[in-house]
Design a protein around this ligand. Sequence first.
Ligand SMILES: O=C1O[C@H](COP(=O)(O)O)[C@@H](O)[C@H](O)[C@H]1O
Length: 257
Amino acid sequence: MAETVSGESKTEVKVYDSEEELAVALAKYTADLSEKFCKERDVFTVVVSGGSLIKSLRKLVEPPYIDSIDWSKWHVFWVDERVVPKDHPDSNYLLAYDGFLSKIPIPADNVHAISDALSAEAAADDYETCLRHLVKSKILDISEESGFPKFDVMLLGMGPDGHVASLFPGHPLVHEKEKWVTFIKDSPKPPPNRITFTFPVINSSANIALAIVGAGKADIVHKSLGDDKSSDLLPVQMVSPEGELVWFLDKDAASKL
Ligand SMILES: O=C1O[C@H](COP(=O)(O)O)[C@@H](O)[C@H](O)[C@H]1O
């Protein structure tokens, strides 16, 4: 059972007894949004992070959702990627491919991976161009509020330092206001070269789920959801979508709340 510990209009914090329960709930959340957006828009644009999030998506590719979701309408994107070949163990694409893309009947053209054949700078430009084409072909919405692309859902993790995507605490990239996609060459977490969505894109989303598990993240979850805003905001505290934000925590991650 989930306990909702905070429920402002746009932000909900759900705490589950185990990671297993969290994974079940995350699958239902995603499947429900898939049904809603497939009905409304005839497509479903889904952004994923790398890291532990992918393991928590495993229930999505099991019954009943593996059979009930209309995978042909899905378009999958990455919120960040490391500049490594797609078959490298650090690749966020490879993680998602092994974890769920290889198990679903999604058309290959609907899997919008970041290029691994370019420099970080060129791959960021290339991905932004890809997004602009998808806006023109009406796969991707544009937010009327911000003018940035508006994805139907972003399924994200958070690092133990409070980073999201490849936007790290204290790094100037967290203040990027113009670009849709940018690059970092000095990531404090290896590998150093990465591509990432910027906050204007992340925060134009219709929905964001933050899935966070484990006692190792309890301190930063406590800090992120606490009232002390005296120091600079952590990247995770800057996540503020146009639509709804749901924190999915297991009880270990929520143990200091
Ligand atoms: O480097 C990254 O880390 C974050 C968090 O990963 P986690 O394993 O601590 O959940 C991830 O969300 C991001 O996509 C990835 O590139």
